[in-house]
Design a protein around this ligand. Sequence first.
Ligand SMILES: *[C@@H]1O[C@H](CO)[C@@H](O)[C@H](O)[C@H]1NC(C)=O
Ligand SMILES: *[C@@H]1O[C@H](CO)[C@@H](O)[C@H](O)[C@H]1NC(C)=O
Ligand SMILES: *[C@@H]1O[C@H](CO)[C@@H](O)[C@H](O)[C@H]1NC(C)=O
Ligand SMILES: *[C@@H]1O[C@H](CO)[C@@H](O)[C@H](O)[C@H]1NC(C)=O
Ligand SMILES: *[C@@H]1O[C@H](CO)[C@@H](O)[C@H](O)[C@H]1NC(C)=O
Ligand SMILES: *[C@@H]1O[C@H](CO)[C@@H](O)[C@H](O)[C@H]1NC(C)=O
Ligand SMILES: *[C@@H]1O[C@H](CO)[C@@H](O)[C@H](O)[C@H]1NC(C)=O
Ligand SMILES: *[C@@H]1O[C@H](CO)[C@@H](O)[C@H](O)[C@H]1NC(C)=O
Ligand SMILES: *[C@@H]1O[C@H](CO)[C@@H](O)[C@H](O)[C@H]1NC(C)=O
Ligand SMILES: *[C@@H]1O[C@H](CO)[C@@H](O)[C@H](O)[C@H]1NC(C)=O
Length: 800
Amino acid sequence: MFTTPLTRMAQIIAFFVLVCFSYLATSLATTPPPAIPLGNYSYVCDPARFTELGMDMSKFAWCNKDLPYDVRAKDLVDSMTLAEKALQLGDKAPGVPRIGLPMYYWWSEALHGVSDVGHATKFNDVVANVTSFPTVILTTASFNQSLWKNIGQVVSTEARAMRNAASAGLTYWSPNINVVRDPRWGRITETPGEDPFVVGTYASQYVRGLQDVEGTENATDLNSRPLKVAACCKHYAAYDVDAWLGVDRYHFDAIVTEQDMEETFLRPFEMCVKDGDVASVMCSYNRVNGIPTCADLNLLNRTIRGDWNLHGYIVSDCDSIEVMVHGHKWLGDTPEEASARTLRAGLDMDCGTFYPDFLNNAVALGKARESDLDKSLNYLYIVLMRLGYFDGSPQYSSLGKADICTDENMELAAEAAREGIVLLKNEDNNLPLDPKKQYNLAVVGPHANATLAMVGNYAGIPCRYVIPKDGLAKYANVTYAQGCENVLCENGSYIEEAKQAATNADVTVLFVGLDLTVEAESLDRTDLYLPGSQTDLINQVTDASKGPVILVILSAGGVDVSFAQENEKIKSIIWAGFPGQEGGSAIADVIFGKYNPGGRLPITWFKSDYVLQLPMTSMPLRPNETLGYPGRTYKFFSGTPLYPFGYGLSYTTFNYKVTSPSSSINIQLGKTQQCHNIIYKVNGTSPACAGVQVADSSCTEEIQVDVQVQNVGNKDGDNVVMVYSSAPSGVAGAPIKQVIGFERVFVRAGETQTVTFKFNACKSFSLIDQKGYKVLPFGEHTVIVGDESTSLPITFGFQK
Ligand SMILES: *[C@@H]1O[C@H](CO)[C@@H](O)[C@H](O)[C@H]1NC(C)=O
Ligand SMILES: *[C@@H]1O[C@H](CO)[C@@H](O)[C@H](O)[C@H]1NC(C)=O
Ligand SMILES: *[C@@H]1O[C@H](CO)[C@@H](O)[C@H](O)[C@H]1NC(C)=O
Ligand SMILES: *[C@@H]1O[C@H](CO)[C@@H](O)[C@H](O)[C@H]1NC(C)=O
Ligand SMILES: *[C@@H]1O[C@H](CO)[C@@H](O)[C@H](O)[C@H]1NC(C)=O
Ligand SMILES: *[C@@H]1O[C@H](CO)[C@@H](O)[C@H](O)[C@H]1NC(C)=O
Ligand SMILES: *[C@@H]1O[C@H](CO)[C@@H](O)[C@H](O)[C@H]1NC(C)=O
Ligand SMILES: *[C@@H]1O[C@H](CO)[C@@H](O)[C@H](O)[C@H]1NC(C)=O
Ligand SMILES: *[C@@H]1O[C@H](CO)[C@@H](O)[C@H](O)[C@H]1NC(C)=O
Ligand SMILES: *[C@@H]1O[C@H](CO)[C@@H](O)[C@H](O)[C@H]1NC(C)=O
């Protein structure tokens, strides 16, 4: 719609103006002075640093600690020329040598440990490696919120220690909190799974772990709340197609309904900003309903800043603006127009070079306003001030190499793996093996000797690797055979040796699965099978084995192992995600019963035919009968999966008893409050007063649910109490059920623990209707604890 001849002509003129302008600019400009690094100083406003530079720090109000951050940030920004401002808006900010502002590289990563992905954080002789935790999908499977936060705290401690000892940034573009909408997605490993509430809870816990400075968590002025490191929730929004059958993220337009947007794609981000108080959000490469997310005023400025009140900055995914111009060819924009448009929409920082290269001209051409650059720069410098970048962080200055890869940190990585591991099958109580017996184990398969595969992507260099076969060797006599040359397993000639090993062993442990050559960023799967000859390997080795077979799967996404579930000789199946540097010991501790597994699947494991029924690019979560598409995730898929969301066995047995002090609650309606229409399936109409819109309700009513968890087996163990709600029957388009709370508890054999949940009526029992409104339907809802067999009705009525 912007390609009329007139605008085309205007573009051509603009192009010439621009060429002349940049020619003039380059010919007149003198070479900029070299950027100054912070060097050996630990913060910017160190008087000695300015003395060394031959400057008087007291002349710079932005270094005056007595002034509030916003005043200092404004002073700093006001002291820059337009050209200097534009340069600071790329991730490799060169600083302003003229006034002693050093360069700062914004891009660091800490998804599951400090990483050297990005430009700011590098390992060297001083700090050669850091603790590498399991990838997020496995840590999520623990469903232990304090563990999630704890890991964030350890990662940020190592980040601070590394910054003091070597080179590391303060701004970390983690975590990745996109919901797993489709089992083929290549980046499942980085994410907390398919449930938006679980994903949002993980996000806020991990972000608080990374960011919060002890003792200042409840600061009232959130614009000056100190930060340990700054986190970033990404990729906003509806980003979950990487590269699938010729469709890629640089061109993909996600067609999303208002309902799915509110209910699924935005919710984790809202929780990350509001509950986690994250310092940054990153917009994604894709378009949503035609508009590139980084150029969407409604998604960025109106939602993140206006509705959620972000205290921090919005950053682009790397080279997103370039992708808008060259990939999406959005509105035929020139680089100047695209940069101006994203700045206007609320994008503060470009991970890339479009802002530094083109914003200066964009202002000169009248396309962008200098005041918009100022606003973004203010957000950025306030974050750096909160990080102590200007004034120092005395509370972290003693951290150093001795605080990295400590025994405690590595033990936490092992603990995360143990807590996440999911027991999928265990016939005849095959597991645990008895550590007192002298087993001869055949340890077979492409992951039996895994190292790099265990730490996945966005990893740093780990302190060490505990390889799976070495973990088992601590308990038993191990005969190793690789079975396949790698996970692609294209060469069947290794199978024979693996069969030989199994023929003589008391027990065979098969390590199979996926790695980054199969599921990764820019690499979605096209099927749910194990790759190459892995299935052959499993079947042949199982046939040949003398003893029972234990199948251990290392993967992020689910794989269709129905054949193994049905094979009677395969007594046990374990999913170990990508278990991090300590993976081998965690798996062995589970197999030999030193640890009783309690992890639960954070995604549905579908059977392979699921992906034949709908394209990855179809965004709706709800089923579409006309097209024959099944629903997505446990909330909308009514078929039979291989293993459902929340599935996981234990070496002991738990029973639940669920009670609530009040099974019926009346919501107090305001004097002028209207009932909200809710569409029912049968008659297309609703009861006279079907429900209320949550935005109109103060809604302080709480429902208490007490769950008695009885361990009726003979082993101590952890139980994840998963609580769902489901709407009154007949409400059109309602999820089958949705998670409203969860807690992991340890219960000794023969004992009982009571877990008390308090649910706000509107937060936990509301639905998003077709128009995107959050509504609470009146009538009988159901609270479900664990599987469907334990449930409790809760009825909502109203009173005026
Ligand atoms: C930084 O400190 C190291 C070690 O004390 C020293 O060798 C180096 O010259 C210093 N670098 C600068 C730029 O002052
Ligand atoms: C949850 O994680 C914490 C570690 O952060 C651990 O101390 C606690 O035991 C875990 N809870 C359960 C029930 O496993
Ligand atoms: C912050 O508030 C929480 C929740 O009220 C409380 O548990 C915590 O102790 C408070 N922290 C500080 C440092 O006051
Ligand atoms: C961005 O949001 C702020 C705060 O909600 C608002 O004042 C401002 O007008 C918005 N900017 C644009 C360009 O809409
Ligand atoms: C196991 O992996 C390690 C590290 O990659 C390698 O050095 C070693 O040769 C492998 N061992 C066997 C028996 O293949
Ligand atoms: C980690 O660094 C230490 C030295 O600090 C070194 O001994 C060790 O081999 C390194 N580990 C890996 C896996 O590179
Ligand atoms: C360990 O296994 C090897 C190979 O199967 C066997 O030769 C050896 O006797 C076993 N050792 C013990 C102590 O069982
Ligand atoms: C399979 O692996 C064997 C052993 O490494 C090798 O000799 C053979 O050439 C490989 N075959 C193919 C088709 O790659
Ligand atoms: C099913 O898909 C068709 C074609 O995209 C669409 O017109 C229709 O509205 C969809 N139905 C539902 C219930 O979403
Ligand atoms: C649908 O309409 C029938 C007849 O009017 C009524 O008996 C029934 O209760 C209605 N069902 C729902 C779910 O509203």
